[in-house]
Design a protein around this ligand. Structure first.
Ligand code: SF4
Length: 284
C-alpha cells in the first residue's frame, strides 16, 4: 500500500504502536532542511521520521529531542512526517536535480514502521522520478535492500550502512533495538552486489573483540569505501536506556583513546584508504 492510500483512506487503521515504539503522525513545515555542522557539505538533509525506534545509547540526535521526556524515552517513539511526500512534490516545479541530499541525519529512514507504510520508499520514488539529486542514504537496517530496484535507477546514489562493532554483546548494549551486525553486513553486501555504490560507516567505532577478524568481515562484503570515527568513552554522552551498562562495557573493553587507535591501525592494515569523520562523509 502506498503512503498516499494509507494516509487518505485508512487513517484510522494506522498503527499507533509497533513493537516497543509508540508511533504518532505529525504534519511538518518542511522536508528538505538546509544543512549545517557535520553535514554542512550537503545541500539538504531529509528525515522522513523524527525519533528512532533503534534507540542507540550514544545517539547524538537524541540530544536534539524537543524536551527531556523525549530524550529520556529515546528509542520508544517515532513520529511519521505524514505530509513529507506532499511537501516534496511541491519542489517539482523547481527540481533539486544534482543537489546533494543526506537521508537521514536525525533518524534512520528505514524504521520498522517503514515496512508497513513505505514512506521512505515513496520519497525515494519521488526523488528518482522528478529530481535525481545526488543521494546518500544512511541506515542501520537491512530493510534498505527492499529499495534496490529504485536505487539502481539513480544517476548518483550511495548507500551507507553503519556497522559499529563485531560483538553482539557490545551491539546489544549500545544499539539494543537495532538489527544485528551479521544482517547489516549481509544487507550492504547485497546492495553493493546489485551494482549500487555502497559504503560501510564505522561511526562511531565501538569496542571490538577481534580487529583482524572484523576488518576481514568488512572486506568480505566486497565494499571498497569505508568511514571511521572514534567514540571516546571519556567524552561520550549517553541517552537513558542502557547508559550504565554501556559505561561498564567501555571499562571491560578498556576502550580508551589509545585502545581505539590500536584498533584503527589494525583496520588500516586491511583498509589503508579509509575516510575519517566529517571528511569521509563528504557528498558523492
Ligand atoms: S539509528 Fe541513528 S538516529 Fe537511530 S538511534 Fe541509532 S544513531 Fe540515532
Amino acid at each position: 500500500m502506498s503512503q498516499i492510500d494509507l494516509f487518505s483512506s485508512e487513517q484510522d487503521s494506522r498503527p499507533s504502536k509497533l513493537g516497543h515504539a509508540n508511533i504518532a503522525y505529525k504534519t511538518v513545515g518542511t522536508i528538505l532542511n538546509i544543512t549545517s555542522g557535520f553535514m554542512a557539505d550537503y545541500d539538504y538533509s531529509l528525515n522522513p521520521y523524527s525519533g528512532c525506534a533503534f534507540g542507540c545509547t550514544y545517539c547524538y540526535a537524541a540530544f536534539f529531542a524537543r524536551d527531556n521526556e523525549q530524550k529520556d524515552t529515546w528509542g520508544y517513539w517515532v513520529n511519521v512526517k505524514e505530509n513529507a511526500l506532499l511537501l516534496l512534490k511541491k519542489f517539482r516545479s523547481k527540481p533539486i536535480t544534482g543537489k546533494t541530499v543526506y537521508m537521514s541525519s536525525v533518524t534512520d529512514p528505514y524504521q520498522p514502521i517503514e515496512r508497513k507504510i513505505e514512506l521512505t520508499r515513496d520519497i525515494v520514488k519521488e526523488l528518482l522520478n522528478y529530481h535525481q539529486p545526488r543521494l546518500v542514504v544512511q541506515t542501520r537496517s537491512p530493510l534498505v535492500t527492499r529499495d534496490i530496484d529504485l536505487f539502481r535507477r539513480f544517476n548518483a546514489v550511495q548507500i551507507n550502512m553503519t556497522i559499529t562493532t563485531d560483538s553482539e554483546k557490545v551491539r546489544k548494549v549500545f544499539e539494543p533495538m537495532c538489527p544485528g551486525n551479521r544482517s547489516r553486513l549481509d544487507a550492504i553486501k547485497e546492495v553493493n552486489g546489485a551494482g549500487i555504490d555502497s559504503c560501510i560507516t564505522m561511526t562511531p567505532l565501538l569496542p571490538i573483540e577481534d580487529a583482524h577478524v572484523f576488518a576481514k568481515s568488512l572486506l568480505e562484503t566486497g565494499i571498497s569505501k569505508f568511514i571511521i570515527q572514534p567514540f571516546h568513552a571519556e567524552r561520550g554522552k549517553f541517552t537513558a536506556g542502557t547508559r550504565n551498562e554501556a559505561k561498564k562495557l567501555f571499562n571491560e573493553f578498556n576502550w580508551t583513546k589509545e585502545r581505539y587507535m590500536e584498533v584503527e591501525n589494525i583496520i588500516r592494515q586491511y583498509i589503508p584508504d579509509i575516510g575519517i569523520g566529517k571528511e569521509g562523509f563528504k557528498p558523492i
